[in-house]
Design a protein around this ligand. Structure first.
Ligand code: FES
Length: 102
């Protein structure tokens, strides 16, 4: 499986994705600049990404904790997600996201 990530300079990266991993972990392990300060506990919002509009409907919806945390994040958009709260599954093979500004 793959995910496609656009970095903050507009660079595009195709990353190998493992079933059951969080999208944040895939991005972090590929060495892209995602802080993910809390390690995936939904407590920091430094793993903020924008999900490509064509994928928003296919990704599991935001949870309550994620919404609360996004309330504290900067430059939040309708397609904002915390990438530690998206689990990789075959259904989202090919997912496209963009790293949000820090
Ligand atoms: S890594 Fe902290 S909220 Fe996602």
């Amino acid at each position: 499986m793959k995910i496609h990530v656009t970095d903050r300079d507009g660079g595009e990266h195709e990353l190998e994705a493992t079933n059951g991993w969080r999208v944040m972990e895939i991005i972090r392990d590929a060495g892209l600049p995602i802080t993910a300060e809390c390690g995936g506990a939904c407590a920091c919002a430094t793993c903020h990404v924008y999900v490509d509009p064509s994928w928003v409907e296919r990704v599991e919806p935001r949870g309550e904790e994620e919404n609360d945390m996004l309330d504290l994040a900067f430059e939040v958009q309708e397609n904002s997600r915390l990438s530690c709260q998206i689990t990789m599954t075959p259904e989202i093979d090919g997912l496209k996201v963009t790293l949000a500004p820090e």
